[in-house]
Design a protein around this ligand. Structure first.
Ligand SMILES: [Zn+2]
Ligand SMILES: [Zn+2]
Length: 291
């Protein structure tokens, strides 16, 4: 059994606290994000998961065939712990005035039904619609998917830290995560070679990708691909855009970053770039349910 301390989470929380002391009240979206990280960090300190026993042949077969290492059947958290986190997420959702009254209670009801929660988690994980469950339970489908994503993140990120070392980065280079199969929602250029890595929206795994391919539609048409740069105080950012599928992905260039970069935090600290991308007529390659 492995326990992970959630070091990145505590660094993120420290950074946000420093920012709050410097700038005063955090923007509401950042505050919202901080509350999620607090729930996830608390969860992580309690989560125990067993590393799936995938032998070396199975690992190399799956990676060669493009099958992520963690299939839903390999995902075996303690569902009581999952339920406890889901319950907190449902309560937190009630604070958002944009949500319909009663929505949080209905979510809570789903969370108390372990087999239903597991079924919803499976559908979300395998990329199926949550529409039937949402309709039957009277909740908004996007909200249900967000609550599941936020709840499973600490569990998946622990699995990711266990399984990512098994991945041969030079041979994966696909448009989805080698650990959980999720899509990327952020990228970075590494310090050493300026190679482009993608960050998984679901489990925070990082994987090496090609610089001249769209991570969403896969086009290699160079006329369709471009990027804009944006230099901030101590960071340099890029907004990669694709004319083929009209999407963008944000990236931080670590060759130009002076401070310690906390990638998950960068997602939310770069909302100006989302604005720019959308003003230019592009949409995020992955519509982030929760930043
Ligand atoms: Zn992943
Ligand atoms: Zn594209």
């Amino acid at each position: 059994m492995v326990q992970v301390t959630g070091e990145v989470d505590s660094k993120i929380l420290e950074r946000l606290q420093a920012l709050e002391q410097k700038d005063g009240q955090l923007p509401s979206v950042v505050q919202y994000y901080r509350e999620i990280v607090q729930i996830q960090a608390r969860a992580k300190s309690r989560i125990t998961v067993r590393k799936p026993s995938l032998d070396r042949d199975l690992v190399s077969d799956r990676l060669r065939e493009g099958i992520p290492l963690l299939l839903f059947r390999d995902f075996r958290p303690d569902w009581e712990q999952v339920q406890a986190v889901f319950e907190q997420v449902a309560m937190w959702a009630a604070k958002d005035s944009g949500n319909l009254p009663g929505e949080s209670e209905k979510l809570g009801k789903i969370g108390r039904n372990r087999s239903l929660l597991r079924e919803a988690a499976r559908a979300w994980y395998e990329g199926h619609s949550l529409g039937d469950i949402a309709t039957a339970e009277g909740v908004d489908e996007v909200m249900l998917a967000s609550a599941i994503a936020v709840t499973l993140k600490p569990f998946l990120s622990i699995y990711s830290s266990l399984l990512l070392p098994e991945v041969n980065q030079d041979s994966w280079r696909r448009r989805y995560c080698p650990v959980c199969g999720g899509k990327p929602d952020f990228a970075y250029l590494d310090k050493e070679r300026g190679a482009r890595w993608l960050l998984c929206s679901r489990c925070d795994a990082e994987w090496l990708f090609l610089r001249l391919v769209c991570p969403y539609c896969g086009t290699q048409n160079q006329d369709a691909l471009a990027y804009f740069t944006d230099d901030e105080e101590s960071y340099s950012y890029r907004l990669y855009i694709c004319e083929q599928c009209h999407t963008y992905i944000k990236a931080v260039d670590l060759r130009r970053a002076e401070a310690d970069v906390l990638l998950p935090l960068e997602r939310v600290m770069t909302l100006d770039m989302d604005k720019q991308g959308q003003e230019k007529g592009y949409k995020p390659g992955l519509t982030s349910l929760v930043v």
